[in-house]
Design a protein around this ligand. Structure first.
Ligand code: NPG
Length: 369
């Protein structure tokens, strides 16, 4: 496959409702959509960087720079035999995982399309539908939280994740558990606590949580091992796991019992699969996280989550949970059993709506061989 051109688009899409976490409030999602054209196929990927370096140290501008000045020149005009072949040409680039993941996603879609197979099949997926959950942001009041959770349960979701932050934790769980004693419930702290909060975090054990996600520092592994030894609730690491070597260290130290995989955070599908396979080998379940992707990124997430060790429902929700208008069709839906169907057409399996994409593009740059 010869890479003829690559296009970057900075997109800005309005979320259906503000999404508040311990990191701040988001009203819009701004990402970079990557398009790769090769052998008559267009491959699409979503680089999940944000304008500010809050969740990750990358930003829209750093990713744009690294893509434009290093990653794209490394593959443009080149004949590649496989996605791995393309990646090997940029293997010298350190860090900048979200930038690399966006390009790998677009290359993988193009490659799957030229082979006439689905992205799920290319990645080694084994399922035609996947269990999905929903991530609920911090709400203005506890009663509003209960109302929002009730709505999602009615929509079919079988697993609810709620965001917590210091001062907005135990009362939320108390209210949600009182109303819904038997649902699969997990919490996500996005690094908002420290080891000084051990006593408070131990109280989470009373709420029968499936897991607590990333309670401590975003780049910590050791303190999480201290915390895990004091909690019954399994810790799941998100921000701290950037590579398979982080996963090995975290598992060896007992810092977590579950791992969240986001291809953007770890540098792409290939590294995601390494983490997935290592965790499968040592009996650690993984699940797929989300970054409020448009349908392009979501389609990639769905494909990756068809691999067998994705044991828990992912943060891969229906299109309508995020956007009134998406840039792909058909939209992603969740059924009454909390399952999402995996597209079967070649590549990401959904069609990109050019008019919509144009409407949401705030900056564009194209590179030709
Ligand atoms: O369903 O895509 C989704 C959102 C899931 O909560 C979610 N994502 O910390 O995992 C997270 C959080 C997030 C979203 C983080 C956007 C950073 C940006």
């Amino acid at each position: 496959m010869r890479i003829q051109s690559v296009e970057l688009r900075h997109t800005k899409m309005e979320l259906v409702s503000p999404f508040e976490t311990s990191l701040g409030v988001e009203l819009y999602e701004e990402h970079i959509i990557v398009r790769v054209d090769a052998d008559g196929a267009s491959g699409w990927g979503e680089c999940v960087v944000e304008p500010r370096p809050s969740y990750s140290s990358e930003t829209l501008d750093t990713a744009w720079h690294v893509l434009r000045d290093f990653l794209i020149p490394g593959i443009l005009g080149i004949e590649i035999r496989s996605v791995e072949d393309a990646l090997s040409r940029n293997a010298w680039v350190r860090g900048h995982r979200m930038a690399r993941a966006g390009l790998e996603a677009a290359l993988s879609d193009a490659f799957a399309k030229t082979q006439g197979i689905s992205l799920s099949a290319l990645l080694g997926g084994t399922r035609s539908q996947i269990p999905v959950g929903v991530s609920v942001g911090l709400q203005p009041s506890t009663s509003e939280l209960v109302r929002v959770v009730a709505g999602y349960l009615k929509d079919g979701y079988k697993r609810i994740k709620i965001k917590i932050a210091p001062g907005r934790d135990i009362p939320l769980l108390e209210a949600v558990r009182k109303e819904f004693p038997n649902i699969q419930l997990q919490v996500d702290a996005n690094s908002a606590y420290t080891l000084k909060d051990v006593e408070l975090l131990r109280r989470l054990d009373e709420y029968d949580l499936q897991l607590i996600e990333q309670p401590l520092e975003y780049d910590d592994i050791y303190d999480h091992s201290v915390l895990q030894s004091k909690l019954k609730t399994p810790i799941c690491l998100d921000e701290s796991i950037r590579s398979v070597s982080d996963a090995k260290a975290a598992i060896a130290l007992g810092s977590c019992k579950i791992i969240n995989i986001k291809p953007g955070r770890v540098g792409g599908y290939t590294e995601s699969k390494r983490i997935h396979d290592y965790c499968a080998e040592v009996g650690i379940p993984v699940w797929h996280g989300g970054m409020d992707e448009s349908g392009i990124g979501r389609a990639g997430n769905v494909a990756l989550a068809t691999l067998p060790n994705f044991k828990l429902p992912g943060d891969i929700s229906a299109t309508k949970r995020y956007y009134k208008q998406d840039i792909v069709e058909p939209s992603f839906e969740v059924d009454s059993d909390g399952m999402m169907a995996v597209p079967t057409k070649p590549g990401i399996g959904v069609d990109v709506l050019q008019g919509r994409l144009e409407k949401f593009t705030v900056r564009r740059e194209a590179f030709r061989a």
